[in-house]
Each structure stands twice: as structure tokens, then as C-alpha cells.
Design a protein around this ligand. Structure first.
Ligand code: FES
Ligand SMILES: [Fe+2]
Length: 356
């Protein structure tokens, strides 16, 4: 579980003003909410006094009160505002105590939380860290577009969640449907990959004729004008952009580590096709929902096998992206350790071949 990155915590439409929500990221318990001005916040869900969860406390739109002894904390910087048990002649510096808060932003229908390298511990005198960059955004190519999301919990580690997402060889076996494809549609494919900062890219190409957005785009543009780019970027981001003239479809999928053996997939898509047709978001949700459910179901069963800690193997070329993922992760940790720039595992463009 890599620190120093933004992670999706909760869908924005589930977080209401003056309400508190629980969330866990990288095994860190959080309480998430919105202040009076609707700004989201994320505070560690454990009081720095005696560890009481703060999510059951009173919240006035600005300060959060611990239900045990009534200490109050500012929800944005976590700074303690009041310790009710102190008498006037006691000079404890209340403002030096912090509950531990995290940078928090709303972006494309999600509340994102930045998890710094050394997160604030329980008993804290630590001010919130600052995020070096804003939270990731979906690429958009026009002012008007639609946005939709879906989520699925996976009972596997972040690593299995991610390599399951980038692995091309499971398609014909896991994602079968009469309106999609069958095992018989398996054929040889060849794709070019190139290194990008903190990740790799499947270079722009005409998308596989059996991808759903591609089938929709075909109704608008001729097949040759359609191209797609798929990126993977550390720690957990997969983006896909499909363009056909002025029409586009773009998605940003994340696999978020909840705990060592649990992760969650959040797919957020944006598009400018069929904006005026009311059922398209539902249709897309149905199609994507079906895929994500197939992946979720597969990983749930895989988790049974993984319990016994089997030896695993990755093969060329179908598992090469998975190898790059592990190498990138190792290179990232190494660069943090040494302070040197990240040494990218790919020397240059590579062509991979597989059947799927
Ligand atoms: S445990 Fe929170 S105020 Fe005491
Ligand atoms: Fe899949």
C-alpha cells in the first residue's frame, strides 16, 4: 500500500452537509464529512486523547466534538479548540494538539483524500501534511458531458485487484455474454506500450472491436477515426480515453486499498455522446456494472485459493503489464529511499502479443 498519493474515499453524493461518514483507506480509519460551506474534510477517526472514534461525536458544521470527554477539533486542520475539563488556571496549550486530518478534495463525483508518507498517528501534535498536487481528474474534451460512477468491493489485496484489472487474458473466460463475445472469439492481438511518468501507456490504437464504448462510438463515426489510449499510473489509476472526432468517452478507474486483503474498484466515466438521451447513463452503468461484477465475483473466488498462499507465476507477454506494475512499485519505493528520480523499468516502447 503506497503512501504519498491521493485515494478515492467515498462517492460525493453520499456525503451530506453536517453528517459524518466512516471510511477506511490503507487501514487508516477516517471520518469524512462536509462543513457548513459544503467543503469536504477527512479526519482520523480516533481521538488523540484516548482513541475514541470521532464519528459518533457532535458536529456543528465547523468543529467535531469527541463523545468521550468533549474535546473539540477543527475538521479541516484537526487542531484542538477546546478541552472542557481544563480550569482557567491550567495552562495546557490546547492549540498544539491535533486530531490528525488529511487533505481532502472533491473531484469528478468523488471525495479524494491524500495519504501522506507519515500519516498522523493517534496521539498527535502533527499538523496536516500538504498534498503536492491536486487530486487526479478525468480527461475531458468538451464543456458539456455526462458523468457516472460505479463501485465494487473486492476481497483481495490491492496488488491482485490491480493486476486483475490490467490482465488481458481473462476476458474471454470471465467476461462472456451473448451480446458481447464468447470463448470462440479469442484471437491474436498485438499492442504497443510505452513508458510514461510513474506508469505505462498502451499507445493510441483502434480499440478492440468488442469493447462497449467502441460499439457505441461506431454509431457516430467510422471505425478508422476511432482511437483509444489506456494508461496505468501509480499507485492505482487506469485511465482510458476513446476519441472519434468531436465525440469522446473517458474513464478513470482506481483500485483503492482498504486493508491488506481488501480493495475497492471505483470506475468513473465521462462522455459527450448521447447526452440528450436519458437512458444512456443507465445503459453504460449496466454494461460496465456487468463487467465489474464479473471481475468482483472472480476475485471473490480467487481469494479462496489465495488463502492457502500458493506459489504464483507471471508469464510473458500477457502478464508483462503486471510485471511492470510490480517493478514500478519497487522503483517508486527505491526512489523514495534514495531521493533519486524513479528508475523506470521500461527502457522504451515495447510490443506485446497475446491471444484474447
Ligand atoms: S477520548 Fe476523546 S476526549 Fe477523551
Ligand atoms: Fe476484467
Amino acid at each position: 500500500m503506497l503512501t504519498g498519493f491521493w485515494y478515492r474515499a467515498l462517492p460525493a453524493d453520499r456525503v451530506h452537509r453536517n453528517q459524518l461518514h466512516k471510511a477506511t483507506l490503507l487501514e487508516i480509519p477516517l471520518v469524512i464529512g462536509r462543513d457548513r460551506a459544503n467543503q469536504p474534510f477527512a479526519v482520523r477517526d480516533a481521538c488523540p486523547h484516548r482513541g475514541m472514534p470521532l464519528n459518533g461525536g457532535r458536529f456543528d458544521g465547523e468543529n467535531l466534538e469527541c463523545p468521550y470527554h468533549g474535546w473539540q477539533f477543527d475538521v479541516h486542520d484537526g487542531q484542538c479548540q477546546l478541552i472542557p475539563s481544563l480550569t482557567h488556571d491550567q495552562t495546557l496549550k490546547v492549540d498544539r494538539i491535533y486530531a490528525g486530518s488529511y487533505p481532502c478534495e472533491e473531484q469528478d463525483d468523488f471525495i479524494w483524500v491524500f495519504i501522506p508518507d507519515s500519516p498522523p498517528l493517534g496521539a498527535g501534535f502533527t499538523k496536516p501534511a500538504e498534498a503536492p498536487d491536486p487530486a487526479p481528474q478525468i480527461a475531458k474534451f468538451s464543456d458539456k458531458y455526462k458523468l457516472a460512477y460505479l463501485q465494487a468491493d473486492m476481497p483481495v489485496s490491492i496488488d491482485h485487484g490491480i493486476i486483475g484489472l490490467m490482465d488481458p487474458a481473462h476476458g474471454p473466460f470471465v467476461h462472456q455474454a451473448w451480446w458481447w463475445r464468447t470463448q470462440h472469439s479469442i484471437h491474436e492481438k498485438q499492442k504497443n506500450f510505452e513508458p510514461i511518468p510513474n506508469g505505462f501507456r498502451m499507445s493510441a490504437h483502434t480499440p478492440s472491436s468488442n469493447s462497449a464504448p467502441y460499439k457505441l462510438l461506431r454509431l457516430y463515426a467510422d471505425a478508422d477515426s476511432i482511437n483509444t489510449t489506456i494508461d496505468f499510473i501509480l499507485p492505482n489509476i487506469r485511465t482510458e480515453t476513446i476519441r472519434a472526432g468531436k465525440y469522446w468517452f473517458s474513464s478513470l478507474t482506481t483500485v483503492t486499498p482498504i486493508s491488506r486483503n481488501q480493495c475497492r474498484i471505483d470506475v468513473v466515466a465521462a462522455w459527450n455522446l448521447f447526452r440528450w438521451v436519458p437512458f444512456v447513463p443507465n445503459l453504460l452503468k449496466f454494461v460496465f456494472g456487468k463487467f465489474v461484477e464479473q471481475d468482483r465475483h472472480t476475485m471473490e473466488i480467487q481469494a479462496e485459493g489465495l488463502k492457502h498462499n500458493p506459489h504464483l507465476m507471471l508469464i510473458d507477454d500477457a502478464d508483462r503489464p503486471a510485471k511492470w506494475y510490480f517493478q514500478l512499485k519497487a522503483a517508486y519505493l527505491e526512489s523514495k529511499r534514495t531521493g533519486e528520480p524513479l528508475r523506470h523499468p521500461m527502457a522504451g516502447p515495447v510490443t506485446l502479443k497475446w491471444r484474447s
